[in-house]
Write a protein that binds this ligand. Structure first.
Ligand code: GLP
Length: 264
């Protein structure tokens, strides 16, 4: 794991944007894994700016979502698909047909019971994810892999913890009852299949889960800790999110002396 600690959310977003723009310059037909939540928003905003400035195109790119609520009507403003469309996909030249997500909208038994395996097939079909952007939940989850999720899990339905529903109520006018109880999420093992994982963490509320993910034991009780098993993970955190890292000084030193030829 490479851990990079920067001054604030702006610097985190700037570097994350650079990594994505560099990938698309090398490989325009990359498969990008997109996370929702507030953390990557600034990165998406900067990608839109860089696109408008003619510095990056998504015309040949495929984008896949990490997770989706179950039971919201298609087109609901807070569905993860709609969220990504509004804040990113519709603002760049990503073809509509190149954005994919788990189908949590059709909740017929037939559809919902196969939604996970169908999404796994889709991920295979597009050739797997080249770069997966990740945030981290306050309980240390990645995607919606809540504590206790198998580290070998694939895309499937999960029940949200009260903690996660409360954290996400802000997107539903603070109406806890409006936050769906169920979600479809890439499994931990699905996420680990991506070739490069880019975990972004900003703000003091992420200090404890981030320390668990980077320096704690690998445990299903904090699913981001599974990232320790992946050969290519870049963690970009701001100072506030890095306060509980035991080796923060060492990570800063390592990044400061990173050889110029070594890309992320
Ligand atoms: C949700 C998403 C995660 C995200 C997390 C943190 O639970 N499923 O992918 O990382 O929220 O969100 P935020 O960045 O808003 O703190």
């Amino acid at each position: 794991m490479e851990v990079i600690i920067l001054s604030g959310p702006e610097a985190v977003a700037e570097l994350a944007t650079d990594v994505i723009v560099a990938l698309l310059a090398r490989q325009p037909d990359s498969v990008l894994g997109l996370a929702t939540g507030s953390t990557p928003m600034q990165t998406y905003g900067r990608l839109v700016d860089r696109h408008r400035a003619g510095e990056v195109s998504f015309a040949d790119t495929t984008a896949v979502l990490l997770d989706e609520y179950v039971g919201l009507p298609a087109g609901h403003a807070q569905s993860y698909r709609r969220f990504i469309e509004r804040h990113f996909a519709e603002l760049v030249d990503l073809p509509e047909a190149s954005l994919h997500g788990p189908d949590g909208f059709d909740i017929s038994v037939e559809a919902i019971s196969t939604a996970g395996s169908r999404y796994e097939e889709l991920l295979q079909r597009v050739g797997g994810v080249d770069l997966q952007i990740l945030g981290i939940g306050s309980d240390g989850h990645i995607g919606f892999n809540e504590p206790g999720s198998s580290l070998g899990s694939r895309t499937r339905m999960k029940t949200l913890t009260d903690q996660t529903r409360r954290a996400n109520a802000r997107f539903f006018d603070d109406q806890l009852d409006a936050v769906p109880r169920h979600v479809l999420t890439q499994g931990v093992a699905t996420i680990l299949d991506a070739r490069h994982l880019l975990l972004l963490a900003t703000g003091a509320s992420k200090a404890e889960p981030l320390a668990g993910a980077v320096e704690g034991p690998i445990t299903a009780m904090l699913t981001a800790s599974a990232l320790q098993m992946h050969p290519h993970v870049t963690v970009i955190a701001d100072d506030s999110a890095a306060t509980s890292l035991q080796y923060g000084g060492y990570y800063r030193e390592t990044y400061r002396h990173k050889p110029a030829w070594q890309s992320l």
